[in-house]
Ligand binder design. Structure first.
Ligand code: AR6
Length: 179
């Protein structure tokens, strides 16, 4: 599913984010930037050990929740990995929505700063971090849409959803937004 916003587009795909060929792949990281499971484990396995080494050397203090840092991409078919730290869901009363939006926005800013025309996101915070999928879909897509309309870049933002459930939630939210 593809929806155009000005000269940019948001695309939804179902699959494995490590197989994407784009300028930047976003990782769902944690604030200490230690390799975990989910997207993080898959990205580090596919990229190879250079990714962890670079992350450790460049960012010994980790990365705050709601932000992101950039490394090269090792063996992935991308130029960069943006390690984004989404919030842990705590019932919605701890500013999770703003922190989630802020993590997406920082990645989009990094894409512009590093001349990345094509960026792929997973559904940040919706796995181990427990953010409800429907709420995450709405907030994530609204944040990206707002950024694209304001900045007219990057050209392509692809959400790579792992299964039918997450794809469906994002498709419903994107459809509602495009109406
Ligand atoms: N490609 C695309 N999406 C995936 C993939 C994949 N290969 N694997 C899982 N997903 P998660 P979080 C989906 O847990 O919630 C790690 O341990 C998954 O189904 O990866 O932000 C980190 O180190 C879910 O919908 O990220 C952190 O400690 C979404 O990606 C913590 O998990 C995000 O799930 C971050 O938790």
């Amino acid at each position: 599913m593809i929806v155009q916003f000005g000269s940019c587009r948001i695309e939804l795909a179902q699959g494995d984010i490590t197989r994407q060929q784009v300028d930047a792949i976003v990782n769902a990281a944690n604030h200490v930037l230690m390799v975990g499971g989910g997207v993080d484990g898959a990205i580090h396995r596919a990229a190879g050990p250079s990714l962890m080494e670079e992350t450790r050397v460049k960012f010994p203090d980790g990365c705050p929740t709601g932000s992101a840092v950039v490394t090269s991409a090792g063996r992935l078919r991308a130029k960069f990995v943006f390690h984004a730290v989404g919030p842990i869901w705590r019932g919605g009363v701890g500013g999770e929505a703003d922190l989630l939006a802020s993590a997406y926005r920082r990645c989009l800013e990094l894409a512009v700063e590093h001349s990345c025309n094509r960026i792929a996101f997973p559904a940040l915070s919706t796995g181990v971090y427990g953010y409800p999928m429907d709420l995450a879909a709405e907030r994530s897509l609204a944040t990206v849409r707002e950024f694209l309309l304001e900045h007219q870049q990057p050209e392509l933002v692809r959400f790579v959803l792992f299964d039918g459930g997450s794809f469906g939630a994002f498709a419903r939210a994107l459809e509602a937004m495009a109406e």
